[in-house]
Design a protein around this ligand. Structure first.
Ligand code: CP
Ligand code: NVA
Length: 307
């Protein structure tokens, strides 16, 4: 059976543990020898593309990148035919897609010949969550992921694909995740039930309707863009609905002293986060960026590892 990394909630805990361990373990550059990896980007990317290319090169793999403008997934030809074509040259297809269900369609088309990695979909961003956990562990627990148990992270703003993966990863480790968002931008009841069902080691998820309540007692505050890719037509209305959820100096003052600041980037300075907070000395954002490559090595090594 091919391994796929499509989401945090669909990856068993022991496999997530392996991914964290493999991410931090020394590599010798032969882990992906003789393997082709195809990267598909249906949406723009900077960090995900850069970190994926770097990780594949470090592990000795061969890579090809395809943008939507080039291949026209479900426009020029079906996602299934794109997958069947790339299966001729690749053993791993890593894709950034709008509609998460494209993964199921591509997997059905290629059967057991190819492994898939989710590089962000409308539903989740699990590779980002692995990097976020590694950055939090580096900052709070000397790199020991399992010691993140008991940490409190407040997510503020639009509850996005990033929020879903982050909350799922952290509650699996026994951390407490508090999401502050207006009702129409909150996690769904389906998300909450799924995340709570999978939580381990006393991890909890709590929802709040104000940013101020959400950050009470927080060790870390995380935010993401108010206008995720695909929501550009709603930009003005989103800016007005989410205005009270900006992560700024006044909000930090309500959290624990020295609260860590995280953002998956790209950031819209002056919208979801103020300049001074993004650049503050407790900001982990460049550590998160650094760990995107670390995380991708862990994911790829787990994919090609022994079952
Ligand atoms: N955080 C992240 O996934 O960034 P990109 O969209 O630039 O890849
Ligand atoms: N929620 C954002 C994340 C970007 C990395 C988006 O989907 O655009």
């Amino acid at each position: 059976m091919s391994r796929h990394f499509l989401g945090i909630s669909t990856t068993p805990t022991e496999d997530l543990t392996s991914i964290y361990r493999l991410a931090m373990k020394n590599y010798d550059g032969t882990e992906l020898a003789q393997r082709g990896v195809s990267l598909i980007f249906e949406k723009p990317s900077l960090r995900t593309k850069a970190s994926s290319l770097c990780a594949i090169e470090q592990l000795g793999g061969r890579v090809a990148v395809f943008t939507q403008a080039e291949i026209g997934l479900d426009v020029r030809e079906s996602a299934e035919d794109v997958a069947r074509t790339l299966a001729a040259t690749s053993s791993i297809i890593a894709a950034r897609v709008f509609d998460h269900s494209k993964f199921e369609r591509m997997i059905s088309a290629t059967g057991d010949r190819v492994s898939y990695v989710n590089l962000l979909s409308d539903y989740s961003h699990p590779a980002q969550a692995i990097a976020d956990v590694l950055a939090l562990a580096e900052h709070f627990t000397k790199g020991k992921v399992k010691d993140l148990k008991g940490l409190t992270l407040a997510y503020v703003g639009d509850a996005t694909n990033v929020t879903r993966s982050l909350a799922s990863a952290l509650t699996r480790l026994g951390a407490h995740v508090r999401v502050g968002a207006p009702n129409e931008y909150q996690l769904s009841s389906y998300d909450v039930t799924l995340i709570n069902t999978l939580a381990e080691h006393g991890g909890t998820l709590s929802l709040f309707s104000t940013a101020e309540k959400a950050v009470e007692g927080a060790d870390a505050i995380y935010t993401d863009s108010w206008i995720s890719m695909g929501f550009e037509a709603e930009a003005e209305v989103r800016r007005s609905h989410l205005a009270a959820f900006q992560v700024n100096r006044q909000l930090l003052d309500l959290a624990k002293p020295g609260v860590a600041i995280l953002h998956c980037l790209p950031a819209h300075r002056g919208e979801e986060i103020s300049d001074e907070v993004l650049d503050n000395e407790n900001s982990l954002i460049w550590s998160q960026v650094h760990h995107r490559t670390t995380a991708m090595r862990g994911i790829l090594r787990w994919i090609v590892g022994k079952k």
